[in-house]
Design a binder for this molecule. Structure first.
Ligand SMILES: *[C@@H]1O[C@H](CO)[C@@H](O)[C@H](O)[C@H]1NC(C)=O
Ligand SMILES: *[C@@H]1O[C@H](CO)[C@@H](O)[C@H](O)[C@H]1NC(C)=O
Ligand SMILES: *[C@@H]1O[C@H](CO)[C@@H](O)[C@H](O)[C@H]1NC(C)=O
Ligand SMILES: *[C@@H]1O[C@H](CO)[C@@H](O)[C@H](O)[C@H]1NC(C)=O
Ligand SMILES: *[C@@H]1O[C@H](CO)[C@@H](O)[C@H](O)[C@H]1NC(C)=O
Ligand SMILES: *[C@@H]1O[C@H](CO)[C@@H](O)[C@H](O)[C@H]1NC(C)=O
Ligand SMILES: *[C@@H]1O[C@H](CO)[C@@H](O)[C@H](O)[C@H]1NC(C)=O
Ligand SMILES: *[C@@H]1O[C@H](CO)[C@@H](O)[C@H](O)[C@H]1NC(C)=O
Length: 285
């Protein structure tokens, strides 16, 4: 183990380093002859050129085969998800008619949500469409598709205009049913979808009288298809409002609202929000 004990001086280290940088005996620069350095540089240059070319090719193929305005792969779930407004925690709407503080949150949430549906707002960003049929549009690129007007006036007693408390003050609350957007989806396959609501496992209690806005709880076909955020940035979802007119007080109800139309699945036991929504309603007095 002689090398262990060898103590090199600083000069010796310098000498060794110099020899490493340029070895006059073997004519090696940093361990390789200039010829080898040229070859290795050429090898690496060629290697990186090929790598870059492959990357560019992959990017090019990807960009030319995908459309920036529609997703290439869509979820196979072809029935829309359904949500409600107001959107309370755990989907539990619970309030005491005599205690305005207990329902003010729902009323504020609805007023806030519906302000995007003010006639003054909608008239600026969308057009009046002919009801009764899908609104197909051609054109390509960002902001190339117009949107159809859905004014909150359509929701009449649930518009928050005549009755700013949406019936919460009198125990006849409104709940808005909203279908999630699916690009290029044609709900109902030509038949207008509608909403129906019922009480789950609550015999002998019943849902009482309910009224839907618009009439018959329909989503007019003219609001479909939705073309996507980039081509159709002004799109606003059509809504159906359901107003519970005579739900019993101080009872807990589990309410299911379904969207009915050909091709819409609303009874999948594993998908609670596919084509339907279940929420809790508890009106105290
Ligand atoms: C929408 O209309 C309501 C009621 O008329 C009003 O209070 C609210 O400020 C309006 N919101 C917008 C954004 O125009
Ligand atoms: C969307 O709304 C803006 C105003 O906010 C309007 O300038 C634009 O033309 C609208 N887009 C379409 C496609 O109508
Ligand atoms: C819907 O459009 C089709 C063809 O585009 C037409 O034949 C049909 O009459 C329209 N239906 C309504 C209710 O306007
Ligand atoms: C809507 O509200 C008005 C005024 O409160 C009332 O007269 C009318 O009966 C209501 N309509 C329904 C269907 O509840
Ligand atoms: C939609 O309706 C047309 C006929 O109107 C039918 O040929 C087609 O199979 C239907 N599509 C679906 C998904 O139900
Ligand atoms: C609502 O449904 C009834 C019965 O199906 C029908 O007579 C009425 O015309 C419908 N109203 C609208 C606005 O579609
Ligand atoms: C709701 O839609 C279903 C399925 O399309 C239909 O059978 C039913 O008559 C509709 N109800 C109303 C009130 O329009
Ligand atoms: C609702 O509020 C009133 C007044 O504060 C109270 O007397 C009543 O007990 C409350 N009801 C329930 C079910 O908590």
């Amino acid at each position: 183990m002689a090398t262990f004990n060898e103590k090199k001086t600083c000069n010796q280290h310098m000498e060794e380093f110099k020899r490493f940088v340029w070895n006059p005996d073997t004519k090696e620069f940093m361990g390789r002859t200039p010829g080898k350095w040229v070859l290795i540089s050429l090898y690496y240059a060629a290697f990186y050129v090929v790598m870059c070319a492959l990357f560019a090719l992959a990017l090019f193929v990807l960009l030319t085969t995908t459309d920036p305005y529609t997703p290439t792969y869509q979820d196979q779930l072809k029935s829309p998800g359904v949500t409600i407004r107001p959107e309370p925690k755990d989907l539990k709407i619970s309030f005491n008619i005599s205690n305005p503080k207990s329902w003010q949150y729902y009323v504020n949430a609805l007023q806030h949500f519906l302000s995007a549906y003010n006639e003054s707002v909608q008239a600026k960003i969308s057009r009046n469409c002919t009801p009764g049929n899908y609104t197909f549009q051609t054109g390509y690129g960002p902001n190339s598709k117009y949107s159809c007007q859905f004014n909150r006036e359509i929701l009449k007693n649930c518009s928050g205009l005549e009755d700013p408390t949406f019936g919460y003050k009198t125990g006849q609350p409104c709940v808005l049913i909203r279908m999630n957007r699916i690009i290029n989806y044609l709900p109902g396959n030509g038949t207008t979808p509608n909403v129906t609501c019922g009480v789950l496992h609550a015999y002998p209690e019943s849902i009482g009288d309910v009224v839907f806005y618009p009439e018959n709880g329909t989503y007019d076909l003219s609001y479909f298809p939705y073309y996507g955020r980039q081509p159709q940035p002004n799109y606003t979802n059509p809504l159906v409002a359901v107003k519970f007119l005579s739900l019993k007080r101080n009872r807990h109800f589990e309410i299911q609202c379904k969207i009915n139309a050909p091709g819409i699945i609303n009874d999948n036991p594993y998908e609670k929000f596919e084509g339907r929504v279940i929420f809790h309603l508890d009106i105290q007095k």
